[in-house]
Ligand binder design. Structure first.
Ligand SMILES: Nc1ncnc2c1ncn2[C@@H]1O[C@H](COP(=O)(O)OP(=O)(O)OP(=O)(O)O)[C@@H](O)[C@H]1O
Ligand SMILES: [Mg+2]
Length: 428
């Protein structure tokens, strides 16, 4: 309604269409369709097979009801439906198979709901209410412009430094604690942990988007995002390792655009190799969270990435977060690290193996699972700094005070390399 994108996409679609296998199901559906203001003639006979045939030559409706009763292999057939059904359609299925594994698989492949036949009129009404909420939810957020949209990209300077942990925690804090509807976009398409760490199935949304960027619109986002909490939804994938994605990055850019329309905050989990291929991904971010550790390699790459950000995301407020910092000895001291990168570390998140294990076990973001203030406090501060960055746009300019990371930093790194037996060994 308030969203130009959604309104445009929705205007092209019928609000509702159904394909059922028997008269009894049709008779339950028709009066409820009328209650919603939908044409009862949209309840067709023919079940899933007819749905696939019809939708392969016509625009998909906003809400689609399909009867799987005549389907020999419901999961396979639903995937066939997904091939012809445009993203953004909310699909409700009904069938006679009472198997929780099938139910889970169907939901994971993108179904909104599965009703076991025979179902009651009230069950059907409930299902339609949820479908409509799915469609209208993000649009309500768009109407709320009290909170200017904030986009934060989280990148680790080395593998395994905890960038995804920080990203999911930041997204959860922005959502559940700051009360902003938040989308977490995990761009580690093959090995992402965005869904896994929140105990969710990633679904096919992200891979579908990459394969067919032209399908991405507001309705697509509504359907593809997997909801973690009332305020937090995730788009993540576990694409097969054998499946390379050769794309120009337009899908990622478009997803970013649509998330901006649909949510009040976006958190991008941005693997560093993506920076090489798709530098445009940071062109519009408000905040770049650079996750580091105190090692020689991380020092070198922090220097390089901070310098790259200055050139490619000069508008972004850069927040350097040192993660997994224990009380013991680190390869490099904080002081040496800071003098090498020629700026302060903004936040230090301590190493807390117990809390990380607990978070993994519970399928919760670290910020939620951690009870100790020493862990939750820096993460909460990160969320606060992130929202503050849009409240006072232009603060990123303060970073100007940090002289450019360049020759001097490299010289400092060289000094470090010359220090101490371990570092000297590393150099050799
Ligand atoms: N502060 C912390 N204390 C203890 N363990 C942590 C902390 N932060 C992250 N971890 C753990 O470190 C591991 C790697 O974290 P994560 O997957 O977030 O890293 P990453 O930088 O995203 O890795 P990748 O390079 O694979 O994307 C996880 O097992 C996570 O639980
Ligand atoms: Mg990661």
């Amino acid at each position: 309604m308030n969203a130009p994108f959604n309104a445009r996409a929705a205007a092209l679609r019928d609000p509702f269409c159904a394909f059922v296998c028997d008269d009894a199901t049709a008779e339950i559906l028709r009066p409820i369709a009328v209650e919603h203001g939908w044409a009862p003639e949209k309840v067709n006979k023919g079940g899933l097979r007819n749905a696939v045939q019809t939708l392969s030559v016509s625009t998909s409706p906003a809400i689609l009801f399909v009867d799987l009763s005549e389907s020999g292999d419901p999961l396979n057939d639903i995937n066939a439906l997904a091939e012809v059904c445009e993203p953004g359609t909310v699909v409700i299925a009904a069938g006679q198979v009472n198997d929780v594994r099938l139910y889970r698989d169907l939901i994971a492949s993108g179904l909104q709901d599965y009703l076991l036949k025979p179902f009651t009129a009230d069950q059907l009404r409930d299902s339609f209410v949820h479908a409509q909420l799915t469609i209208s939810g993000p649009r309500q957020n768009e109407a709320n412009n009290d909170k200017p949209h904030v986009v934060a990209a989280v990148l680790g300077v080395r593998g395994g430094v905890g960038a995804s942990t920080i990203a999911s925690s930041l997204a959860w804090l922005l959502g559940d604690k700051a009360g902003r509807s938040t989308g977490l976009l995990d761009l580690d398409v093959h090995f992402g942990t965005g869904a896994l760490s929140l105990d969710l199935e990633p679904g096919r949304g992200l891979t579908d988007a990459i394969e067919n960027p032209s399908r991405i619109d507001g309705l697509f986002i509504e359907r593809a995002m997997v909801r973690a909490t009332e305020k937090l939804a995730v788009l993540s994938a576990e694409a097969p390792i054998s499946q390379p994605f050769l794309n120009d990055g337009s899908a990622f850019y478009q997803l970013q655009e649509e998330l901006r329309n649909a949510f009040e905050s976006t958190v991008l989990d941005l693997p560093r190799h993506m920076l090489v291929q798709h530098p445009h991904l940071v062109h519009d971010v408000h905040v770049a969270v650079v996750v580091v550790e105190f090692t020689l390699a991380a020092t070198r790459d922090a220097i390089r990435i901070l310098s790259w950000l200055k050139a490619n995301a000069p508008q972004a407020r850069v927040i350097v977060v040192a993660n997994k910092i224990g009380s013991g000895v680190h390869e490099i001291t904080r002081k040496d690290f800071e003098s090498s990168i020629e700026r302060k570390v903004d936040l230090v998140v301590p190493l807390d193996v117990k809390a990380a294990a607990q978070a993994a076990k519970l399928g919760q973001p670290l910020a939620k699972a951690a009870s100790a203030a020493r862990l939750s406090q820096p993460l909460a501060q990160l969320a606060q700094m992130t929202t503050a960055a849009v409240a006072a746009e232009g603060e990123a300019d303060d970073e100007e005070a940090d002289s450019s990371v360049s020759l001097m930093a490299k010289l400092n790194l060289k000094t470090l390399l010359a220090k101490g037996p371990r570092l000297t060994k590393a150099k050799a």
